[in-house]
Design a binder for this molecule. Sequence first.
Ligand code: ZN
Length: 94
Amino acid sequence: MIAWSPTCGDVDVDVERSKFVNLLNRTEAGRVIRHLTGHSYHRRHEYLCGNCEHVECRLRGQGIETPEHLISQCVKLEHHRMEIFSGDDMDDPP
Ligand SMILES: [Zn+2]
């Protein structure tokens, strides 16, 4: 079982909507939490940590490489989004 504080730094955690994390294994849960909190290995975070000189998306160079960009904006990942979220409204996540 995964437990964490309802608030984590500058990230507000919606406990009710976060219960799906309990269904994931440790590796999957770690990836999801790092992605949702912005502490994953995308360029913006690496830039803020001093590990990278650029924040532009490495896939196309259009837009800042953030979790939001990769999930909902990156044109290079559009095909994958269609496969995974086909028909779902990205403005109103489950
Ligand atoms: Zn991109």
